[in-house]
Design a protein around this ligand. Structure first.
Ligand code: NAD
Length: 249
C-alpha cells in the first residue's frame, strides 16, 4: 500500500514543469492519473494524457468526463494550468488581462465545476490549486500575474468554505521561482541567460531555485489522506522567501 493507492487524480497543465512532476509523484504514490493539457502529446505512460483548454468550458467538461470514465471516478483535482504575463499596469492591454485571468482563475473554476459531481462521490476528495508567491508579494513587472494569483488564493479559501461540509478539502501551494520550462523560457529570452540564471539563484534564500519535484511533494501531501484535517490553507514552497520576508525578485 502506498499513500494514494486506489485514488484517482486529474492534473491540469500536467504535460510540463510542476504539473508533470505532480502527475508523476501522484502516480508514484499509487494514484491513477489523467493529465489535461493543451499539448498532452509528450505525456509519458502510465499517465493518461487528454487534450483540454482550461480557457474553454466545453473542452474542460469533455476532458473531465473522459478522465472520470477512464479512471472510474475522481478523488483528487490539481488545478495547475497557468500562464504568465510580464509588465506593469501600463504594459498589458485589456485583452491580455482578460485572457490571463480567464486561464489562471476561471480555468480553475471550470475544472472544479466539472469535477465536483465526481469529487462528491469520493471518500477522500480534495482540490489543490497551484497559486504563487505572487499572490501575497508585490513582484515588480508582474501586475497581471500577481492579480491572477491573488484571485487564486481567495478562490481557494472560498471554495474550502463552500465544500468543507461535503468532505471536499481545498488547498493551494505557493511556489517561489521554480526551475521549470516556463522559467527556462524566460531566461532564454535574456541577453545573457547564464548570467541571468546565476543572478536569479543568488537572489534566492537557499541560493537556488525551488524544484518542480519539491512543489509536487507538497501537492501530494495536501491531496493525501494524511492531510485529512488540512483545508483552506496555502503551503509556501519558496525556499523561505516569504517567511523570511526577503525581497522576491
Ligand atoms: P510550464 O509552462 O512548464 O507548464 C504549464 C503547463 O500548462 C504546460 O504544459 C501548458 O501546455 C499548460 N497550459 C497552459 N495553458 C493551458 C490551458 N489553457 N489549458 C490547459 N493547459 C494549459 O509552467 P510551470 O512553471 O510548471 O507552471 C505551472 C503552474 O505553476 C502555473 O500555474 C504557474 O503560474 C505556477 N507557478 C510557477 C512558478 C515558476 O516559477 N515556475 C512559480 C509559482 C507558480
Amino acid at each position: 500500500m502506498t499513500a494514494l493507492s486506489g485514488l484517482r487524480a486529474v492534473v491540469t497543465g500536467g504535460a510540463s514543469g510542476i504539473g508533470l512532476a505532480t502527475a508523476r509523484a501522484l502516480a508514484a504514490q499509487g494514484a491513477t492519473v489523467a493529465v489535461l493539457d493543451l499539448d498532452p502529446a509528450g505525456v509519458p505512460g502510465p499517465l493518461l494524457g487528454l487534450r483540454a483548454d482550461v480557457g474553454d468550458d466545453t473542452s474542460v467538461r469533455a476532458a473531465v468526463e473522459a478522465a472520470a470514465t477512464h479512471l472510474g471516478g475522481i478523488d483528487i483535482l490539481v488545478n495547475n494550468a497557468g500562464i504568465g504575463a510580464v509588465g506593469t499596469v501600463e504594459d498589458n492591454p485589456d485583452e491580455q488581462w482578460h485572457r490571463v485571468l480567464d486561464v489562471n482563475v476561471v480555468g480553475m473554476v471550470r475544472t472544479t465545476r466539472a469535477a465536483l459531481p465526481h469529487l462528491r462521490r469520493s471518500a477522500h476528495a480534495s482540490v489543490v490549486n497551484t497559486c504563487s508567491i505572487g499572490a501575497t508579494a508585490g513582484l515588480p513587472q508582474r501586475a497581471l500575474y500577481c492579480a491572477s494569483k491573488g484571485a487564486v488564493l481567495s478562490l481557494t479559501l472560498a471554495m474550502a468554505a463552500d465544500h468543507v461540509r461535503e468532505g471536499i478539502r481545498v488547498n493551494c501551494v505557493n511556489p517561489g521561482t521554480a526551475d521549470t520550462p516556463w522559467v527556462a523560457r524566460l531566461l532564454d529570452g535574456a541577453d545573457d541567460p547564464e548570467a541571468e540564471r546565476a543572478a536569479l539563484n543568488a537572489r534566492q534564500p537557499l541560493g537556488r531555485l525551488v524544484t518542480a519535484d519539491e512543489v509536487a511533494a507538497a501537492i501530494v501531501y495536501l491531496a493525501s489522506p494524511a492531510a485529512a484535517s488540512v483545508t483552506g490553507t496555502a503551503l509556501a514552497v519558496d525556499g523561505g522567501m516569504q517567511g523570511l520576508r526577503l525581497r522576491p525578485v
